[in-house]
Ligand binder design. Structure first.
Ligand code: CA
Length: 239
């Protein structure tokens, strides 16, 4: 499975091998088990505006910037300032929910990558400062925080490839074939794929695996612990 995915990727990208230097990790649903809280907090926020919707919609649009999310769900005419106010309301709902936990297995994946001598950065559509500050607390010294990409660094956001292209740029103008993206959501997978990177998806949410493959995932695992079990094989095959 790994061998075929890598050779298909190399053929598609016109390279002989993945000259691996960097791993780019998405945050919500990959490093932290935060998506149930995000989905709940958005649902409560929409309810404040009299809108009822399925929490699954949040998973379908996971990865979008706050502006895109508000305009998509509440209407296209919301100003940036109004979007920011609504986002603050959503953050208050988020903070009222039970504390977010680390995603099981995620630290094993990050440690394996770092032990193999590869850099790791976080590329997220989130701008939630509390969550961002948790990265160094829960993953101490594992990520190059100077090269991190959050919603503050991008204009378009996922599913546009911009965040991952920005991650490559901030990491020293690397090529897409120097990096592997770890994602959990269709739009994030699409962003990594369209940036030209090899994309590994861990399906930590309620959507079917087929959506991740259709979005362009090269490999799909059912969970982060499952990926943690295979990351050694992936690294030894590529390196
Ligand atoms: Ca995610």
């Amino acid at each position: 499975m790994i061998e075929k995915a890598v050779s298909d990727y190399c053929r598609r990208s016109g390279v002989e091998r993945i000259d691996l230097k960097l791993f780019m990790f998405d945050m919500d649903g990959v490093l932290f088990n935060s998506m149930p809280n995000h989905a709940r907090a958005w649902t409560l926020t929409m309810a404040d505006f009299g809108k009822v919707f399925d929490e699954k919609d949040i998973y379908l649009h996971e990865g979008r910037t706050v502006y895109d999310t508000v305009r998509l769900f509440l209407g296209p005419d919301f100003s940036k300032e109004r979007c920011r106010e609504i986002y603050e309301l959503k953050c208050r709902h988020f903070d009222s929910l039970p504390k977010v936990q680390m995603m099981p297995g995620a630290i094993d994946v990050v440690r394996a990558v770092r032990s193999a001598g590869k850099d790791a950065i976080v590329v997220t559509g989130s701008g939630q400062q509390k969550m961002l500050s948790h990265i160094d607390k829960y993953y101490p010294g594992l990520f190059t925080t100077a090269s991190m990409v959050s919603s503050d660094d991008v204009v378009k956001g996922k599913p546009d490839p911009e965040p991952y292209l920005m991650g490559l740029k901030k990491s020293g103008n690397l090529l897409p074939t120097n990096a592997i993206v770890i994602e959990n959501a269709p739009l994030g997978v699409k962003a990594g794929h369209d940036a030209g990177c090899f994309v590994i998806a861990a399906n930590t949410g309620p959507l079917p695996d087929s959506m991740l493959f259709e979005a362009g995932a090269d490999l799909v695992y059912p969970s982060m612990p499952a990926l943690a079990q295979s990351i050694g094989d992936i690294l030894s095959y590529i390196l």
